[in-house]
Design a protein around this ligand. Sequence first.
Ligand code: VGL
Ligand code: ZN
Length: 257
Amino acid sequence: LLDTNKDEKLDLSEFKTAWFYWLRQVLDCKSALIVVDMQNDFIEGSLAVRNCPAHEDGSAIIPTINRLLESVPFDAVVYTADWHPADHCSFVDNVQLREIHETSKIKADNAQVMDTVVFARPDKFEQKLWPAHCVQDSHGAELHPDLKVVKDHILIRKGLDPDVDSYSAFWDNMKKSSTPLVSELAKRHITDVYICGIATDVCVEFTSMDAIEHGFRTVLIEDACCGVSEEGIKETKTKLKKAGAILVQSAEVPDLV
Ligand code: VGL
Ligand code: ZN
């Protein structure tokens, strides 16, 4: 399967047949779909992403994700959600709430969205600034109403600590604390994770990298993701391939799971 990431065209049909009818069963693969941050703020709110398949907005990938949820027998489905307190350190309007490190080029009076500021406490750390988004219990933090929510899903909320951001659904950005995601997946004997959602170059990337680090066979569903910048998405894909992720289109997923 890794060969699908090479440029040369290979006939994979024989391998795919062996995979689907034999290897999967022998290896006892169990698959989870991780739907990353499909929340109102990232789709039509304060941090709406624009780099989506067919140059549409984030809502363009909802039918693709719903189709996967309806047609593919995943052993588990995870929805992740950014869930920030109002005083979160990633909000540009909150920069004046914290001590800025003397080495920071960005100061409280010139800070703008997408700038990276250096905060002084608890330890010196870099923080990219975003518009306020996904504030706990707000409309913007809710999953988009058109997204299918299956029963018996796992919900992982992240970014609850006001003083540390959490792009990954496994760990916060400083790897100080982890969410229950690994233990929830382990409980269900999940070996493979399929990842989709928003934003390709932020939370999808960090979640995928951590999934690889945890030893999951990690598959990014390219046309079921939407990102912040075109350049960022390109870099994410290169980075993920190099780390061992498999990149596929949603139409290929039913033949894999
Ligand atoms: C995200 C920026 C800030 C994301 C979360 O879900 O990709 N991006 N917080
Ligand atoms: Zn956030």
